[in-house]
Design a binder for this molecule. Structure first.
Ligand SMILES: [Ca+2]
Length: 176
């Protein structure tokens, strides 16, 4: 009687064990896939312009990048209030970050003075992380100005865009 009960229970136990194993395998597979290809929160209006598709463009090459998270590149115009705030920003590009360096292009509205700020959103949380008010993710400004213990000024990062557009390079500064 006892052995008959165990014999009847065994198939159900085996089925449950198999199902649990399959679930574990599925979960491991999903986790591995999501680690390889994280879904980045990048919105359609944050796309970069197609380089060369417009005569008046600002081509920005950012170096010291790595293939992790999001690279955010922001364009500011002259005489806008509060440099580096959303009010002053003309456009912000977000692209998946690539190794070593990458180039993005803005369509400029007109010739003039502009500034570009960029940061490497390593954790892809769409924020420029700070710790104790200091940058906690790699960042950079056009002209690669020397950093001071105050907020950068537009003039320090300003560059001229002529009728033929402009091409600039920014080296990200790491944070240690
Ligand atoms: Ca971040």
């Amino acid at each position: 009687m006892q052995s008959a009960r165990i014999a009847r229970a065994n198939p159900a136990y085996l089925a449950r064990a198999t199902l649990a194993s399959l679930c574990a395998l599925l979960w491991t597979t999903i986790s591995a896939l999501s680690e390889e290809a994280p879904i980045l929160d990048i919105r359609p209006d944050e796309a970069a312009a197609v380089c060369g598709a417009h005569p008046l463009q600002i081509e920005v090459t950012v170096s010291n990048t790595s293939a992790q998270g999001i690279l955010a590149v922001e364009l500011y115009e002259e005489n806008a209030p509060d440099f580096l705030t959303a009010r002053a920003r003309l456009h912000r590009i977000r692209v998946p970050a690539e190794a070593d360096q990458q180039t993005v292009c803005f369509d400029a509205p007109a010739p003039g003075l502009y500034a570009v700020a960029t940061y490497h959103d390593l954790d892809a949380d769409r924020r420029f992380d700070r710790k104790w008010f200091l940058p906690d993710e790699p960042f950079g400004l056009s002209n690669n100005p020397r950093l001071r213990l105050r907020k950068p000024r537009f003039e320090e990062a300003a560059f001229s865009v002529g009728e033929e557009g402009a091409s600039i390079s920014i080296a990200l500064r790491g944070v240690d």
